[in-house]
Design a binder for this molecule. Sequence first.
Ligand code: 1QQ
Length: 401
Amino acid sequence: MLAATIYGLPAVHGEGPLSHSVSLLILAVVLVLGACAPATGSQQSPSQGGLSGEIRIGAVWSLTGGGAVYGASQQKAAELAVAALNDGSYLGSGKITLITEDDRSTKEGAQAAFEKLINQDKVVALLGPTLSANALAADPIAQAKKIVVLGVSNTAGGITEMGDFVFRNSLPESAVQPNTIKATQTKLGYKRVALMYGDDDAFTKAGYDVFKAALDQAKVEILTTETFKRGDTDYSAQLTKIRTLNPDAIVVSALAEEAAGIMSQARQLGIPATVRFIGGNGFNSPQLAKLAGPAAEGAISGAAWFVAGSTAPNKTFVDAYRTKYGASPDQFSAQAYAGVYLMASALKSANSSNPLAIRDALLKMKDVDTVLGKFSFSPGREPIHDPVVQVIKNGEFALFQ
Ligand code: 1QQ
């Protein structure tokens, strides 16, 4: 901003001694003004209120590595939302600039992205990062700088507990999966299951804890608990053991790539399609059905959103996404899109890009119309809305009912 302001002043390009001292004076004034300006990337000072000029928001997605199946959808949807808001002059003369970074699905990548966006780009708020494991590593950086970070796909425990600038609009596994077990157990009547989970990832571990408690509550017998790691490709030892135990269903807490490997190999090893897979948020990418093919048929997962939701904001979003990208959005794109809107709505109601004002405005959000439905934040900065249960049918998500 400083450089742009200086280069915008023709006087500094004069030649003689007078113009030289004038240009030094202007430079000094600009430097002082620059130092007083909000570290926000927008053009107005916080005390003035109002929104004008560029308002920078950072987005940290996993665009490469194991989380990319989710991050790619988030990036597309966030860009769509920002374009719609700016085109419609939602913030008057204020325009959102979204600065996106790839965390490469790693903690270090997320931390470096947060540092760059906060310290160098001077963003007023952050969206992301994609994976809970990386949020747990990077969000404390935003909290320490008192910059709001809104997770739009973090579903593990311990996220909002990191501090009063940490929000999420993604329903945690604890708010979704007890309902998944209840609904599927009632309908399918399973009594004996095998449980599998990744024991080296915050999300997959959190999902395991929630599924275990919900299965115990439903008095479903857990025949065995098998673990794996991120990036594993051979599940034959675990699945061979599970096959001999002959469970009614297999409950899996995994990210999509590992889930796809487990499903494909289970069917190859002869575990029949009648033994359904039941899982958590990791299953909610359409990439799962693409990667696992027919082996993913019938897989059930708890989710925060369903593509055919009939509310007006959702229809507008789904149509706009299909028109722009030629494919249907998924839950991760819906949550990212809602995240941008919630942030913009906070900026608008605060009528300021001051990070503290954004935080306070987000906290006040009640029954906001979003693509996720009527949306509110709890006092603990957690999302409040209803979950759904979906099932893969002919390679697409359908409602489980
Ligand atoms: C998390 C998740 C992943 C499945 C998707 C981003 O929910 O890491 O919290």
